[in-house]
Design a protein around this ligand. Sequence first.
Ligand code: FMN
Length: 177
Amino acid sequence: MTGIILYQSKYGASKKYAQWIAEETGYEMLETKKADIEKVKKYDVIIIGGGVYASSIAGIAFLKKNIDSLSEKKVIVYCCGAAPYDEEVLKTIKNKNLKDKLADIPCFYFQGMWDLEGMNFTDRAMCKMYVKMLEHKDPAEMKAWEKPFFEAKGKKCDWTKKSYLTPLLELINKGEE
Ligand SMILES: Cc1cc2nc3c(=O)[nH]c(=O)nc-3n(C[C@H](O)[C@H](O)[C@H](O)COP(=O)(O)O)c2cc1C
């Protein structure tokens, strides 16, 4: 089986996971914004990954636009957010990004990175506002996945881990047996 990994990464986490998947599978990697559907549809397996921004997966528009051309393909989505894995978080992301024709596409969530000082001006302003809002929240009412945003504050955090990829790689291998 042939495969391609499309990724859209602003701060590096989705790209790092794409590189790890490429290492394990030998698949080609390409930035989603440079992808051409005529090329992509020649592969058997198409993996699309991107960072999570306000619950939206970066680059998912490519899949929405081209889903009809990929109906016979094995399509897998992964996304990276700063929050640790949580079923509720993944459900919210799926509901927002994978609706209608995309609803049955497997979607994996991997924890990414967080670096307030390394963000561009707009992102930093938005994230600082979010952290401020959390500071006013009663810690007892804070959800498990909100805590890292609050605790990270100005620190540079990298929560990426290659082992998170195991279920995704198993799913690819299932198709190859
Ligand atoms: C403006 C903005 C919004 C974000 N929204 C979320 C979010 O809704 N959920 C989450 O878990 N992480 C959120 N993050 C954190 C990013 O998902 C995290 O930094 C991730 O590593 C981004 O992927 P990338 O490194 O591939 O760009 C946000 C970050 C920024 C800058």
